[in-house]
Design a protein around this ligand. Structure first.
Ligand code: HEC
Ligand code: HEC
Length: 229
C-alpha cells in the first residue's frame, strides 16, 4: 500500500474496525483487583522475582528521563502501553533493558500497570534543545514531504504530537533520544510494525538528519493531556 494522504480517512476506519474486533479492552474488574499491586510494583518492584521498580528508570511520576532514553509513560493510552509490554515480553519488540522486565510480569500486572500509568497526570516536560535545523524539522513534522509521499507526523500523532486516541501515542515532550531510537529500530526491523505497518514505511523514508530533527522537534513540544479524540 502506498502512503497517500487522501487514503488516510479510509485507512483509519479500517484500523478502527480491526482494533475494535481484535483487541480486547481492559476490563474494569481486572484493573480494580490489581491497581494497588500496580502502584507497588511501579514504586518498589518485586525483588523476589527480579522486577526492578519501574520508577527507577521511568521516574516517580512516570515522566521518563530524556537523558537516559527512558520514555515517559504517564498519560500514554492504556491499550498502547499494554501492547508494548506484550510485544516486549514475547520478543517481537526487543530491548536489552525492558524485555526481561516485561517477561517477568503476569498478564494481570501488565493490564494493571498499563492502566496505572495511563491515568497518571501528564508531567510538565522540561525544555529540550531544538535540533540544528528547527525550521526544516517543523516543516517535516507538520506538513510531511509530498515528493517522498511522506505524510505529516501530526496527521496521526495529533497537533504538536499530543497523541490521538488509543492507537497513536503522543510524541510531545517524549525523550528525543528515545524517539530517535524507535525510528532507528523500525528502520532496522527491530520493532514490530504495529497497526497496519504504518511506522516502518514512514521510518524507511527518513534520513539520519530527518530523524535527529523530528525527534528534537517533538521532544521540545509541551506534553499535555489534551489528547485529540
Ligand atoms: C532499568 C531501567 C528500566 C526499568 C526498571 C523499567 N523500564 Fe520500561 N523502559 C526502559 C527503556 C530503556 C525503554 C525503551 C526501550 C526501547 O528503546 O525500545 C522502556 C520502555 C518501556 C515501555 C514502552 C513505552 C513506549 O512508549 O512504547 C513500557 C510500556 C515500559 N517501559 C514499562 C515499564 C514498566 C511497567 C516497568 C516496571 C515493571 C518498567 N518499564 C521498568 C527502561 C526501564
Ligand atoms: C499514518 C499514521 C502515522 C504517521 C503519519 C506517523 N506515525 Fe508514528 N506511529 C503511528 C502508530 C500507529 C504508532 C504506534 C505503533 C505501535 O503501536 O507500535 C506510531 C508510533 C510512533 C512512535 C513510537 C512512540 C513510542 O512511545 O514508542 C514514534 C517515535 C513515532 N511514531 C514517530 C513518528 C514520526 C517522527 C512521524 C513523522 C515523520 C510519524 N510517527 C508519523 C502512526 C503514524
Amino acid at each position: 500500500m502506498l502512503l497517500r494522504i487522501d487514503r488516510y480517512p479510509a485507512a483509519w476506519m479500517l484500523l478502527g474496525v480491526c482494533l475494535a474486533t481484535t483487541a480486547p479492552g481492559i476490563r474494569a474488574s481486572d484493573t480494580r483487583a490489581t491497581a494497588t499491586g500496580a502502584k507497588a510494583i511501579a514504586a518498589q518492584g518485586d525483588a523476589q522475582r527480579g522486577v526492578p521498580p519501574c520508577a527507577g528508570c521511568h521516574g516517580a511520576e512516570g515522566q521518563g528521563n530524556g537523558l537516559a532514553a527512558f520514555p515517559r509513560l504517564a498519560g500514554l493510552p492504556a491499550r498502547y502501553l499494554r501492547q508494548q509490554l506484550e510485544t516486549l515480553a514475547d520478543g517481537q519488540r526487543n530491548s536489552a533493558v525492558m524485555s526481561s522486565i516485561a517477561k517477568a510480569l503476569s498478564p494481570d500486572e501488565v493490564s494493571a500497570l498499563s492502566a496505572y500509568y495511563s491515568e497518571l497526570p501528564v508531567p510538565a516536560s522540561s525544555p529540550q534543545p531544538a535540533g540544528s535545523d528547527p525550521a526544516a524539522a517543523a516543516e517535516l513534522a507538520e506538513h510531511g514531504r509530498a515528493d517522498d509521499r511522506l505524510p505529516a507526523c501530526v496527521l496521526c500523532h495529533g497537533r504538536r504530537g499530543v497523541g490521538i486516541g488509543d492507537d497513536f501515542p503522543p510524541l510531545a515532550g517524549q525523550s528525543a533520544t528515545y524517539i530517535a531510537n524507535q525510528l532507528e529500530a523500525w528502520k532496522a526491523g527491530a520493532r514490530p510494525a504495529g497497526p497496519m505497518g504504518l511506522m516502518p514505511r514512514i521510518a524507511a523514508k527518513l534520513s539520519e538528519s530527518d530523524i535527529r530533527g523530528v525527534s528534537a522537534y517533538f521532544a521540545a513540544q509541551p506534553a499535555t493531556r489534551d489528547v485529540q479524540p
